[in-house]
Design a protein around this ligand. Sequence first.
Ligand code: TRP
Length: 445
Amino acid sequence: MSKENIWQGNTTFILAASGSAVGLGNIWKFPYMVGSNGGSAFVLVYLICILLIGLPVMASEVLIGKYGRKSPINSLKDISLKFNISFAWKYLGVLGALAGILILSYYSVFAGMAFSYIFNLFPSGLENPSSYSTNYFSDFSSSPMKLIFWHTIFLLATCFIVGLGVVKGIGRSVNLLMPFLFLFIILVSIYSGITGDINKTLIFLFNPDFSALTPQVIVSAMGQAFFSLSIGMGAIMAYGAYMPEKQLIGKTVLTIILLDTLVALAAGIAIFPIVFSNPSLSVNAGPGLIFETLPVAFYSLPYGKIFSIIFFTLISIAALSSAISLLEPFTAWMEEQKKLARKNIVLILGMLIWVVGLGSIFSFNIWTEKRILGFNFLEAIDYITNNIMLPMGGFFIALLVGWLIPYEFIRENVKFSNFQFRIFYFSLRYISTSAIILIFLYSVF
Ligand code: TRP
């Protein structure tokens, strides 16, 4: 890889990786998962998963990418060759690249919806904003054309950035977008803390209620940790390839997971107070929490319109910087084949993703009745990627780095302090591998 394909300075890698991590998973999914999984118990298990599984797997991904300086598929191949391990490990990269395409196909549908909500301003003087909101959302999701329109716009933006390349496209856009994201999330949380019921929120999020702790909560918390940190499919590995040589993996990964967790918690603090302050709304609204419930809350608050615009802009930015990382692994690999230019690759992949995305769109309307093993199309793709492909990817990454690559190599490259390294290596070898297997078996059988 040429020198110009390395991000200069330490911040671009951090912004790109935290841009990948912070997305719909933090701002849309985390709050509603907390809401429907009993609050603080879920938060606690989630934080444990982030530290004991997320951190070691993410550091391993960065390590492989930084060593190989190629797409995940070829970096995995190179690192296995170096240590005389079977080159079949590259298929782990193939699995990941495919997972990225599948996740992006529905991610783009939800991101498109969030983007359209920037322009969804409730008319003033409504008698019943809550039924207006529900009707608006059901009209929207039952119209394939509207969903297709916003899905197309969002996917075009994603392909455009990835098509421009790693330095000019991804690097520049995260430098531009991420500061706004951090600024907006702080703004909205302060606003919400002032106008809403912050006390109830803090108790809901942080006062541990162990009676709510069920195996299902643990499974969901681990799945959420994987999804939120963007691990298990090579997105972070792909970015690791562009990390400056001198940048320290351990410290950088700690920064990224800290940012991701702070934004998820801030999203909770931004959303719950205003939901709690409106007695007609409920925090366990599920996936409709931000689309149906939140606009009603904003409607009745001072400066609600402005903050609604800021909030949905925030989500759109977060989603865009994540979407590009879902597309990069497959794109980088095809570029290495040297048959097609990057622009044409993203065009082809974009069309493929667009078509698969139609399946998810139709799951809301014309295909609601079509089911495979009880799942509709969207649920099936979501299940296969989040419950099977990502944990499997994470497990094999932990197995490769924890058990097959020599200790000294990892020690030298991760650059944690002694104490940190001991915890990291222990969780990588024992905790993350066994926890993933246990949780995986439980969720599948
Ligand atoms: N982490 C992102 C979010 O929270 C989504 C995402 C981006 C992702 N890249 C990924 C999830 C790779 C899994 C794997 O919204």
